[in-house]
Design a protein around this ligand. Structure first.
Ligand SMILES: [Zn+2]
Length: 263
């Protein structure tokens, strides 16, 4: 029985192992990109009805501008990009599969300028490009069985618990009170992709290290959710610093906006 199970797992793995874009890492995916994108869109629509969407402010315009610049260099023809600002006391941001991005207003003081905001958005978009949401859905399907068949089901047809877990797996669980941290490997991969994207979009990649520096001071007695899902160690900043020389060429040949405007 065990052998059969093992064989089945090996078979599933060899059939579903996908190479993620940009970094070229191998990943196990039982969901299709099309399904993930469709679920991302559904989740986004629902979140926008539950949260307060901010429009017409300089900050919300910058979120859109930066998002469009990153989208222009991200090479994701299947994404239907959208960039929204959500009013919140929680410093947070996410990008759902298919390019549905949300930035929470409380993260602006840490972002400080356009390059800081591009760091956050590039990182979150990196998770979506590398399909980390789909990988977490896959893990949930295998380990808990809770999402059995969920890869094929519309959110509207799921019971509330399954839906909340699926939302969390995709990266938008905050609204539903559930957050799942990405693995350290996923975090590193999103940092790498994000850094390339911000440099190509014209933002000084050196500001990425400064952003995480500033954000590390957001601790206090009740550290924000984003902090617990994004462990902000000196190691992370060290790794980013080591990557900067590799992306300076991309930055030098971009439109070079430096740090951009202050938020
Ligand atoms: Zn992350």
């Amino acid at each position: 029985m065990k052998t059969k199970l093992l064989l089945a797992s090996v078979l599933i793995f060899s059939l579903s192992c996908t190479t993620t874009p940009v970094s070229g890492h191998k990943a196990l995916l039982l969901t299709s990109a099309a399904t993930e994108n469709q679920q991302g869109e559904e989740a986004y629509k629902e979140i926008l009805t539950k949260e307060k969407v901010v429009t017409g402010t300089l900050d919300s315009k910058l979120v859109e501008e930066i998002g469009k610049r990153i989208a222009a260099v991200a090479n994701q023809p299947d994404f239907q990009w959208e960039f929204k600002t959500l009013q919140s006391n929680e410093p947070n941001a996410f990008c759902l599969p298919g390019g549905k991005v949300a930035v929470y207003t409380a993260i602006f003081p840490y972002a400080k300028n356009e390059a800081g905001l591009a760091t956050v958005m590039g990182h979150e978009i990196g998770h979506a490009i590398a399909r980390h949401g789909g990988q977490r859905m896959t893990q949930q399907m295998i380990t808990s069985g809770l999402l059995a068949g969920a890869g094929l089901t519309a959110f509207s047809k799921m019971d509330p618990t399954k839906k909340a877990i699926a939302m969390a797996a995709l990266g938008a669980g905050v609204t539903y009170g559930i957050t799942l941290p990405f693995s350290r490997g996923d975090e590193t991969e999103a940092d790498e992709i994000g850094l390339v994207l911000m440099a190509k979009a014209g933002y000084d990649p050196r500001e990425a290290v400064n952003f995480w520096d500033r954000f590390s001071q957001a601790g206090g007695s009740a550290p924000p959710e984003f902090m617990s899902t994004h462990p902000n160690s000196e190691k992370r900043r060290e790794h980013l610093r080591s990557l900067i020389p590799k992306v300076m060429g991309d930055y030098e040949s971009s439109a070079k906006l430096g740090l951009g405007r202050n938020l």
